[in-house]
Design a protein around this ligand. Structure first.
Ligand code: URA
Ligand code: SF4
Length: 202
């Protein structure tokens, strides 16, 4: 199977998945959105109401904030991959629990091997913790960790992790908007500086 076929199969598996109880309450599972491979992978927490309705990640208010941040660093949304730790909306937007996260984990693992991102950007405390822990890094508080550049050596080369605040955080704390914009400039700088010779012409 080529990458695009694998991606279609994976999306279909997510859309029909019943591996955890969130399957019973979701309207649509939300596999993720974007090209494979992609240079950047954004990982949020879980779909919200709008995402559940449409089956697409970050289409509500948090989504328009994310779009604005991407525009600010001249990155097209169509060029990045966006997904969540769990693919189905938890009732009343509660935090996903351990059982749901573990059940859903293989989908994100498969996405990582298809997308092969140079830069992973966890959005918010929840995704930050999951991503750093899965690379064996003890996560600090997001107030200290946001905007930091973690460089991980993998068998397929260097991978960079840059955690940022969740875009929705700016709704209640407008001051976070500038912090997020500054952290996105770090993302831009890392992308601009990476030679990524093996990724040219992909
Ligand atoms: N918040 C998230 O974490 N993910 C979405 O897809 C939308 C809002
Ligand atoms: Fe399956 Fe993940 Fe949805 Fe649970 S959250 S039903 S594991 S796709």
């Amino acid at each position: 199977m080529n990458t695009e076929h694998e991606r279609i199969a994976l999306d279909e598996a997510v859309r029909t998945c019943t591996l955890c109880p969130l399957a019973e309450t979701r309207t649509n599972a939300v596999p993720g959105d974007g090209p494979v491979p992609a240079r950047i992978l954004f990982i949020g927490e879980a779909p919200g109401r709008n995402e559940d309705t449409k089956g697409v990640p970050f289409v509500g208010r948090a989504g328009s904030i994310l779009n604005g941040l991407l525009e600010g660093i001249d990155v097209a949304r169509d060029d990045v991959f966006i997904t969540n730790i769990v693919k189905c909306r938890p009732p009343k937007n509660r935090d996903p629990n351990q059982e749901e996260i573990e059940a859903c984990r293989p989908y994100l693992d498969s996405q990582l091997s298809l997308i092969r991102p140079e830069v992973i950007v966890p959005l918010g405390r929840f995704a930050m913790r999951w991503v750093l822990e899965s690379y064996g890094i003890a996560p600090g508080p997001i107030s200290e960790v946001h905007g930091k550049v973690f460089r991980i050596q993998t068998i397929s080369g260097e991978r960079v992790i840059i955690p940022v605040y969740h875009p929705a955080a700016t709704i209640y704390r407008p001051a976070f908007r500038e912090v997020l914009a500054a952290d996105f400039e770090t993302i831009r700088a890392v992308l601009d500086n990476s030679m990524a010779p093996d990724r040219l012409g992909r």
